[in-house]
Design a protein around this ligand. Structure first.
Ligand code: PMP
Ligand code: GLN
Length: 379
Protein backbone atom coordinates (compact mmCIF):
# COMPACT_ATOMS: atom_id res chain seq x y z
CA UNK A 1 0.00 0.00 0.00
CA UNK A 2 1.48 3.40 -0.93
CA UNK A 3 1.77 4.84 2.59
CA UNK A 4 1.43 8.56 3.22
CA UNK A 5 3.93 8.10 6.06
CA UNK A 6 6.36 5.48 4.76
CA UNK A 7 9.02 6.23 7.38
CA UNK A 8 6.74 5.94 10.40
CA UNK A 9 6.56 2.85 12.62
CA UNK A 10 5.24 2.53 16.17
CA UNK A 11 6.59 5.29 18.40
CA UNK A 12 9.60 4.78 20.66
CA UNK A 13 7.31 5.52 23.64
CA UNK A 14 4.98 2.62 22.77
CA UNK A 15 7.94 0.34 22.08
CA UNK A 16 9.80 1.05 25.30
CA UNK A 17 6.72 1.05 27.55
CA UNK A 18 5.68 -2.30 26.08
CA UNK A 19 9.15 -3.76 26.57
CA UNK A 20 9.24 -2.40 30.14
CA UNK A 21 5.91 -4.05 30.87
CA UNK A 22 6.94 -7.40 29.32
CA UNK A 23 10.18 -7.30 31.28
CA UNK A 24 8.55 -6.02 34.47
CA UNK A 25 11.17 -3.28 34.43
CA UNK A 26 11.03 0.06 36.22
CA UNK A 27 9.65 2.28 33.50
CA UNK A 28 11.58 5.55 33.25
CA UNK A 29 11.02 5.66 29.48
CA UNK A 30 7.67 7.14 28.36
CA UNK A 31 6.96 10.42 30.16
CA UNK A 32 4.14 9.95 32.67
CA UNK A 33 3.86 10.05 36.47
CA UNK A 34 3.61 6.81 38.48
CA UNK A 35 1.75 8.69 41.24
CA UNK A 36 -1.84 9.86 41.40
CA UNK A 37 -3.22 13.32 40.78
CA UNK A 38 -4.76 15.60 43.40
CA UNK A 39 -7.88 13.89 44.86
CA UNK A 40 -9.78 17.17 44.39
CA UNK A 41 -9.47 16.76 40.63
CA UNK A 42 -11.00 13.28 40.79
CA UNK A 43 -13.82 14.45 43.08
CA UNK A 44 -14.61 17.24 40.65
CA UNK A 45 -14.53 14.88 37.68
CA UNK A 46 -16.98 12.52 39.37
CA UNK A 47 -19.19 15.36 40.61
CA UNK A 48 -19.56 17.06 37.23
CA UNK A 49 -20.17 13.76 35.51
CA UNK A 50 -22.84 12.82 38.10
CA UNK A 51 -24.47 16.20 37.60
CA UNK A 52 -25.07 15.09 34.03
CA UNK A 53 -22.45 17.16 32.26
CA UNK A 54 -21.72 14.33 29.86
CA UNK A 55 -22.73 15.67 26.47
CA UNK A 56 -20.68 17.54 23.86
CA UNK A 57 -18.80 20.53 25.16
CA UNK A 58 -18.80 23.68 23.02
CA UNK A 59 -16.41 23.25 20.08
CA UNK A 60 -13.81 25.69 21.47
CA UNK A 61 -14.07 24.37 25.05
CA UNK A 62 -16.30 25.29 27.99
CA UNK A 63 -16.23 29.00 28.79
CA UNK A 64 -15.16 28.64 32.48
CA UNK A 65 -12.10 26.65 31.43
CA UNK A 66 -11.13 29.17 28.76
CA UNK A 67 -11.53 31.95 31.34
CA UNK A 68 -9.28 30.09 33.77
CA UNK A 69 -6.67 29.56 31.05
CA UNK A 70 -6.72 33.30 30.30
CA UNK A 71 -6.27 34.02 34.02
CA UNK A 72 -3.36 31.58 34.20
CA UNK A 73 -1.68 33.30 31.25
CA UNK A 74 -2.18 36.68 32.93
CA UNK A 75 -0.58 35.34 36.15
CA UNK A 76 2.36 33.62 34.49
CA UNK A 77 3.16 35.96 31.61
CA UNK A 78 1.32 39.22 32.38
CA UNK A 79 -0.46 39.03 29.03
CA UNK A 80 -4.13 39.39 28.20
CA UNK A 81 -5.69 36.88 25.84
CA UNK A 82 -9.36 36.79 24.93
CA UNK A 83 -11.02 33.56 26.11
CA UNK A 84 -13.71 33.84 23.41
CA UNK A 85 -11.47 34.38 20.43
CA UNK A 86 -7.97 33.25 21.31
CA UNK A 87 -8.22 29.99 23.25
CA UNK A 88 -9.36 26.54 22.13
CA UNK A 89 -9.41 23.46 24.35
CA UNK A 90 -8.13 20.32 22.63
CA UNK A 91 -7.77 16.60 23.24
CA UNK A 92 -4.21 16.86 24.48
CA UNK A 93 -1.38 18.95 23.12
CA UNK A 94 -1.00 16.32 20.40
CA UNK A 95 -4.34 17.29 18.86
CA UNK A 96 -3.49 20.97 19.14
CA UNK A 97 -0.18 20.41 17.34
CA UNK A 98 -1.87 18.45 14.57
CA UNK A 99 -4.60 21.07 14.06
CA UNK A 100 -2.06 23.89 14.09
CA UNK A 101 0.00 22.26 11.32
CA UNK A 102 -3.09 21.47 9.25
CA UNK A 103 -4.31 25.04 9.62
CA UNK A 104 -1.03 26.76 8.81
CA UNK A 105 1.14 24.59 6.59
CA UNK A 106 0.35 24.49 2.87
CA UNK A 107 1.76 22.04 0.32
CA UNK A 108 5.35 23.00 -0.45
CA UNK A 109 5.83 25.08 2.70
CA UNK A 110 9.00 24.57 4.69
CA UNK A 111 8.90 24.15 8.44
CA UNK A 112 12.04 24.62 10.53
CA UNK A 113 12.37 22.37 13.55
CA UNK A 114 15.13 21.46 15.94
CA UNK A 115 16.39 17.91 16.44
CA UNK A 116 16.12 16.18 18.86
CA UNK A 117 12.43 16.87 18.09
CA UNK A 118 9.28 15.50 19.71
CA UNK A 119 8.10 12.66 17.53
CA UNK A 120 4.68 13.96 16.45
CA UNK A 121 5.91 17.12 14.67
CA UNK A 122 7.42 15.78 11.45
CA UNK A 123 4.64 13.31 10.52
CA UNK A 124 1.99 15.96 11.18
CA UNK A 125 3.82 18.53 9.03
CA UNK A 126 4.24 15.89 6.31
CA UNK A 127 0.50 15.08 6.30
CA UNK A 128 -0.17 18.79 5.78
CA UNK A 129 2.08 18.69 2.69
CA UNK A 130 4.94 20.57 4.33
CA UNK A 131 8.65 19.83 4.21
CA UNK A 132 10.62 19.70 7.46
CA UNK A 133 13.99 21.42 7.64
CA UNK A 134 15.81 19.75 10.55
CA UNK A 135 18.47 21.74 12.42
CA UNK A 136 20.45 19.60 14.86
CA UNK A 137 21.12 20.68 18.45
CA UNK A 138 23.89 18.91 20.29
CA UNK A 139 24.91 18.07 23.83
CA UNK A 140 25.60 19.27 26.38
CA UNK A 141 23.67 22.54 26.09
CA UNK A 142 21.53 21.99 22.95
CA UNK A 143 21.77 25.70 22.14
CA UNK A 144 19.99 27.02 19.05
CA UNK A 145 22.34 28.71 16.58
CA UNK A 146 20.09 31.58 15.50
CA UNK A 147 22.44 32.53 12.66
CA UNK A 148 21.98 29.01 11.29
CA UNK A 149 18.22 29.47 11.60
CA UNK A 150 18.45 32.79 9.72
CA UNK A 151 20.50 31.08 7.00
CA UNK A 152 17.87 28.34 6.66
CA UNK A 153 15.01 30.75 5.95
CA UNK A 154 13.92 31.11 2.32
CA UNK A 155 10.80 32.06 0.30
CA UNK A 156 9.10 28.78 1.19
CA UNK A 157 9.66 28.98 4.93
CA UNK A 158 6.32 29.20 6.73
CA UNK A 159 6.79 28.12 10.31
CA UNK A 160 9.38 27.58 13.05
CA UNK A 161 8.60 24.98 15.71
CA UNK A 162 10.08 25.59 19.16
CA UNK A 163 9.70 23.64 22.38
CA UNK A 164 10.85 25.21 25.66
CA UNK A 165 11.28 23.65 28.19
CA UNK A 166 12.55 21.08 25.72
CA UNK A 167 11.76 17.40 25.51
CA UNK A 168 14.13 15.49 25.47
CA UNK A 169 17.08 17.80 26.29
CA UNK A 170 15.47 19.54 29.34
CA UNK A 171 16.93 22.87 28.19
CA UNK A 172 15.05 26.14 28.60
CA UNK A 173 15.15 29.13 26.23
CA UNK A 174 16.67 32.32 27.64
CA UNK A 175 15.09 35.72 27.02
CA UNK A 176 17.77 36.21 24.33
CA UNK A 177 16.63 33.02 22.54
CA UNK A 178 13.02 34.24 22.49
CA UNK A 179 14.08 37.69 21.27
CA UNK A 180 16.13 36.27 18.41
CA UNK A 181 13.20 34.04 17.46
CA UNK A 182 10.87 37.04 17.58
CA UNK A 183 13.18 39.06 15.33
CA UNK A 184 13.41 36.31 12.70
CA UNK A 185 9.70 35.49 12.74
CA UNK A 186 8.71 39.15 12.37
CA UNK A 187 11.43 40.08 9.86
CA UNK A 188 10.51 37.26 7.49
CA UNK A 189 6.73 37.19 8.07
CA UNK A 190 6.84 33.64 9.43
CA UNK A 191 4.71 31.92 12.07
CA UNK A 192 5.80 30.19 15.26
CA UNK A 193 4.46 27.00 16.76
CA UNK A 194 5.50 27.09 20.40
CA UNK A 195 5.08 23.77 22.22
CA UNK A 196 5.04 24.72 25.91
CA UNK A 197 3.64 21.59 27.52
CA UNK A 198 6.34 21.72 30.23
CA UNK A 199 5.90 25.48 30.81
CA UNK A 200 5.40 25.15 34.59
CA UNK A 201 8.48 22.98 35.12
CA UNK A 202 11.39 25.44 35.02
CA UNK A 203 14.07 24.93 37.67
CA UNK A 204 16.70 26.77 39.71
CA UNK A 205 14.95 30.12 39.65
CA UNK A 206 15.14 30.57 35.87
CA UNK A 207 12.46 32.88 34.56
CA UNK A 208 9.38 31.16 33.14
CA UNK A 209 8.96 32.64 29.67
CA UNK A 210 6.57 31.89 26.82
CA UNK A 211 6.11 33.00 23.24
CA UNK A 212 3.23 34.91 24.84
CA UNK A 213 5.73 36.98 26.87
CA UNK A 214 6.93 38.67 23.66
CA UNK A 215 4.19 40.79 22.13
CA UNK A 216 5.30 40.77 18.51
CA UNK A 217 6.13 37.07 18.61
CA UNK A 218 2.78 36.31 20.26
CA UNK A 219 1.04 38.09 17.37
CA UNK A 220 2.42 35.39 15.01
CA UNK A 221 2.41 32.35 17.32
CA UNK A 222 0.26 29.38 18.15
CA UNK A 223 1.09 28.30 21.69
CA UNK A 224 0.26 24.77 22.82
CA UNK A 225 0.05 23.40 26.36
CA UNK A 226 -1.23 20.30 28.17
CA UNK A 227 -3.10 19.70 31.42
CA UNK A 228 -1.88 16.11 31.27
CA UNK A 229 1.56 17.37 32.29
CA UNK A 230 0.48 20.10 34.68
CA UNK A 231 -2.00 18.03 36.71
CA UNK A 232 -0.38 14.57 36.44
CA UNK A 233 -3.16 13.14 34.26
CA UNK A 234 -1.55 12.33 30.90
CA UNK A 235 -4.35 9.87 30.14
CA UNK A 236 -7.01 12.58 30.23
CA UNK A 237 -5.65 14.00 26.99
CA UNK A 238 -6.68 17.57 27.68
CA UNK A 239 -4.72 20.51 26.31
CA UNK A 240 -5.21 23.80 24.57
CA UNK A 241 -3.99 26.23 21.95
CA UNK A 242 -3.65 30.00 22.27
CA UNK A 243 -3.33 32.19 19.16
CA UNK A 244 -4.29 35.59 17.77
CA UNK A 245 -7.96 35.66 16.68
CA UNK A 246 -7.26 35.37 12.96
CA UNK A 247 -5.04 32.31 13.38
CA UNK A 248 -7.45 30.84 15.92
CA UNK A 249 -10.30 31.05 13.40
CA UNK A 250 -8.25 28.88 11.04
CA UNK A 251 -7.21 26.55 13.86
CA UNK A 252 -10.84 26.01 14.88
CA UNK A 253 -11.85 25.13 11.31
CA UNK A 254 -9.56 22.12 11.64
CA UNK A 255 -10.25 21.28 15.29
CA UNK A 256 -13.98 21.30 14.51
CA UNK A 257 -13.51 18.35 12.17
CA UNK A 258 -10.73 16.49 13.95
CA UNK A 259 -12.43 15.98 17.33
CA UNK A 260 -15.02 18.79 17.47
CA UNK A 261 -14.72 18.98 21.26
CA UNK A 262 -12.96 17.32 24.19
CA UNK A 263 -14.08 15.28 27.21
CA UNK A 264 -16.64 17.47 28.98
CA UNK A 265 -16.37 16.45 32.69
CA UNK A 266 -12.58 16.81 32.58
CA UNK A 267 -12.92 20.36 31.27
CA UNK A 268 -15.12 21.30 34.26
CA UNK A 269 -12.82 19.50 36.69
CA UNK A 270 -9.70 21.25 35.38
CA UNK A 271 -11.47 24.64 35.43
CA UNK A 272 -12.34 24.07 39.11
CA UNK A 273 -8.78 22.99 39.85
CA UNK A 274 -7.30 26.09 38.21
CA UNK A 275 -9.69 28.34 40.09
CA UNK A 276 -9.51 26.72 43.52
CA UNK A 277 -5.99 25.29 43.60
CA UNK A 278 -3.71 27.67 41.69
CA UNK A 279 -0.89 26.57 44.02
CA UNK A 280 -0.86 23.21 42.19
CA UNK A 281 0.44 25.05 39.14
CA UNK A 282 2.70 27.57 40.86
CA UNK A 283 4.23 24.81 43.00
CA UNK A 284 4.91 22.42 40.13
CA UNK A 285 8.47 23.60 39.43
CA UNK A 286 9.53 23.08 43.07
CA UNK A 287 7.76 19.70 43.10
CA UNK A 288 9.69 18.43 40.08
CA UNK A 289 12.96 20.14 40.98
CA UNK A 290 12.95 18.10 44.17
CA UNK A 291 12.45 14.89 42.17
CA UNK A 292 15.25 15.86 39.80
CA UNK A 293 17.58 16.53 42.75
CA UNK A 294 16.64 13.25 44.41
CA UNK A 295 17.37 11.30 41.22
CA UNK A 296 20.60 13.17 40.50
CA UNK A 297 21.86 12.68 44.08
CA UNK A 298 21.02 8.98 43.96
CA UNK A 299 23.06 8.62 40.75
CA UNK A 300 26.08 10.48 42.13
CA UNK A 301 28.21 7.33 42.38
CA UNK A 302 27.08 5.87 39.04
CA UNK A 303 29.17 5.89 35.88
CA UNK A 304 26.48 7.83 34.03
CA UNK A 305 27.39 11.40 33.28
CA UNK A 306 24.29 13.51 33.88
CA UNK A 307 23.58 16.56 31.77
CA UNK A 308 22.10 19.70 33.34
CA UNK A 309 18.27 19.55 33.44
CA UNK A 310 16.84 23.08 33.44
CA UNK A 311 13.19 22.07 33.06
CA UNK A 312 10.68 19.30 32.09
CA UNK A 313 10.62 15.98 33.95
CA UNK A 314 13.42 14.38 31.97
CA UNK A 315 17.07 13.80 32.80
CA UNK A 316 19.65 13.05 30.10
CA UNK A 317 22.53 10.72 30.86
CA UNK A 318 25.69 9.94 28.90
CA UNK A 319 26.53 6.22 29.22
CA UNK A 320 29.85 6.16 27.31
CA UNK A 321 31.75 5.11 30.45
CA UNK A 322 29.49 2.03 30.71
CA UNK A 323 29.03 0.79 27.17
CA UNK A 324 29.84 1.52 23.54
CA UNK A 325 26.57 0.05 22.25
CA UNK A 326 24.37 2.35 20.14
CA UNK A 327 21.67 3.97 22.30
CA UNK A 328 18.70 1.93 20.99
CA UNK A 329 20.52 -1.32 21.78
CA UNK A 330 21.74 0.05 25.10
CA UNK A 331 18.15 0.90 26.15
CA UNK A 332 16.90 -2.57 25.18
CA UNK A 333 19.80 -4.17 27.07
CA UNK A 334 19.17 -1.98 30.13
CA UNK A 335 15.48 -2.93 30.12
CA UNK A 336 15.94 -6.67 29.51
CA UNK A 337 19.08 -7.31 31.55
CA UNK A 338 18.76 -4.73 34.34
CA UNK A 339 15.01 -3.99 34.41
CA UNK A 340 15.20 -0.22 34.01
CA UNK A 341 13.68 1.31 30.86
CA UNK A 342 14.85 4.58 29.29
CA UNK A 343 14.50 6.32 25.92
CA UNK A 344 17.38 6.49 23.40
CA UNK A 345 18.03 9.99 22.08
CA UNK A 346 19.00 9.11 18.50
CA UNK A 347 15.37 8.41 17.55
CA UNK A 348 14.57 12.12 17.92
CA UNK A 349 17.08 13.05 15.20
CA UNK A 350 16.81 12.70 11.43
CA UNK A 351 20.60 12.35 11.34
CA UNK A 352 21.73 11.31 14.82
CA UNK A 353 25.08 12.75 15.91
CA UNK A 354 27.77 10.51 17.40
CA UNK A 355 26.71 10.63 21.05
CA UNK A 356 25.69 8.10 23.69
CA UNK A 357 22.72 9.66 25.42
CA UNK A 358 19.55 8.30 26.96
CA UNK A 359 16.59 9.99 28.63
CA UNK A 360 15.17 9.06 32.02
CA UNK A 361 11.75 10.32 33.18
CA UNK A 362 11.81 11.37 36.84
CA UNK A 363 8.05 11.98 37.21
CA UNK A 364 8.05 9.09 39.67
CA UNK A 365 7.67 8.39 43.36
CA UNK A 366 10.90 8.79 45.28
CA UNK A 367 10.91 5.07 45.98
CA UNK A 368 10.80 4.29 42.25
CA UNK A 369 13.64 6.73 41.57
CA UNK A 370 15.80 5.29 44.35
CA UNK A 371 15.12 1.73 43.25
CA UNK A 372 16.11 2.56 39.68
CA UNK A 373 19.18 4.50 40.80
CA UNK A 374 20.37 1.55 42.88
CA UNK A 375 20.40 -0.61 39.75
CA UNK A 376 21.98 2.11 37.62
CA UNK A 377 24.79 2.67 40.15
CA UNK A 378 25.81 -0.98 39.79
CA UNK A 379 26.47 -0.69 36.03
N1 PMP B 1 4.77 17.94 23.12
C1 PMP B 1 5.75 17.45 23.90
C2 PMP B 1 7.11 18.06 23.83
C3 PMP B 1 5.48 16.38 24.75
O1 PMP B 1 6.45 15.87 25.49
C4 PMP B 1 4.17 15.85 24.79
C5 PMP B 1 3.80 14.76 25.74
N2 PMP B 1 4.63 13.73 25.81
C6 PMP B 1 3.20 16.38 23.96
C7 PMP B 1 3.53 17.44 23.14
C8 PMP B 1 1.82 15.83 23.90
O2 PMP B 1 1.03 16.17 24.99
P1 PMP B 1 -0.39 15.49 25.26
O3 PMP B 1 -0.14 14.25 26.02
O4 PMP B 1 -1.17 16.50 26.01
O5 PMP B 1 -0.99 15.19 23.91
N1 GLN C 1 5.44 12.91 25.71
C1 GLN C 1 5.76 11.63 26.26
C2 GLN C 1 7.27 11.46 26.29
O1 GLN C 1 8.00 12.25 25.77
C3 GLN C 1 5.19 10.49 25.46
C4 GLN C 1 3.87 10.69 24.84
C5 GLN C 1 3.52 9.53 23.97
O2 GLN C 1 3.68 8.40 24.35
N2 GLN C 1 3.09 9.81 22.79
O3 GLN C 1 7.74 10.51 26.84
Amino acid sequence: FPSKLPDVGSSIFSQMSQLASEQQAINLSQGFPDFGCDPFLLQQLAAFSQQGLNQYAPMAGIVPLRQQIAALIARCYQQRVCPEQQITVTSGATEALFCAFQALVRPGDEVILFDPAYDSYAPAVQLAGGRCVHLALTAPDFKVDWQQVADSINRNTRLIIVNSPHNPSSQVFTAADWQQLETLVCQHGLYCLSDEVYEHMVFDGRPQLSALSFTELAARSLVVSSFGKTFHVTGWKLGYCVAPALLMTEFRKVHQYVTFSSFTPAQFAVAAMLEQHPEQVSGLAAFYQQKRDCFVAALATSRFQLLPAQGTYFQLADYSAISDQPDVEFCRWLTIEHKVAAIPLSVFYRQPPAQRLIRFCFAKNEQTLLQAAEVLCRL
